[in-house]
Design a binder for this molecule. Structure first.
Ligand code: ZN
Length: 184
């Protein structure tokens, strides 16, 4: 491995597997903003949002895990393997989380990786995590997003939290005190 970026990443305390809140927190909010759905399993989304990182961690830079093709393959496998609607909705959280990761990473900035293999088979050498400053900023944003999610969906409540942990679902219960009028 001659890449200085890859060496820096490996040698420092901020290992790629620690960069998680940014992807989890923003994926949760993004999916909530788009679908406003209680049927989505937020646990599967969280796992899906980390799958590209997990897939490419052995390589050390953006590779197959960061391609649109990877998310598409997983989506097809889910649709074929899961017959029940409930199972599909739950497992679709994985490819949706993967797509969210690609967005949050800005992978389209590297067209060859994003559209692989359409534009050639070269992965390039884009590091899995950004420099330390951006990384810290990202994780702080992610932390805020996770805390806001926790508050918005009343996860300090034992029942709500247990439901979330066992089913991945959040309650749509309006929380007027936080200034969010219920949707009509
Ligand atoms: Zn990534």
């Amino acid at each position: 491995m001659r890449s200085p970026a890859a060496i820096t990443v490996r040698a420092s305390w901020y290992a790629p597997e620690r960069v998680i809140l940014y992807f989890i927190g923003l994926t949760w909010w993004g999916v909530w903003a788009v679908f406003q759905s209680r049927g989505v399993d937020y646990r599967f989304l969280a796992v899906g949002a980390l799958v590209p990182l997990g897939m490419d961690i052995a390589v050390g830079h953006w590779a197959f895990g960061h391609t649109l093709a990877a998310a598409a393959v997983v989506m097809i496998v889910v649709m074929v393997a899961q017959r029940s609607r409930l199972g599909q909705r739950r497992w679709l959280g994985i490819p949706i989380g993967m797509l969210a990761h690609l967005l949050l990473d800005g992978v389209w900035g590297d067209q060859a990786v994003f559209w692989w293999p359409a534009l050639g088979a070269d992965w390039g050498n884009h590091p899995l995590v950004p420099g330390v400053t951006l990384l810290v900023v990202r994780e702080l944003i992610g932390l805020l997003a996770c805390v806001a999610f926790y508050k918005q969906f009343g996860l300090s409540d034992t029942v709500a939290r247990r439901t979330f942990l066992t089913t991945g679902m959040v309650s749509r219960r309006p929380t007027p005190r936080q200034g969010n009028p219920p949707k009509r």
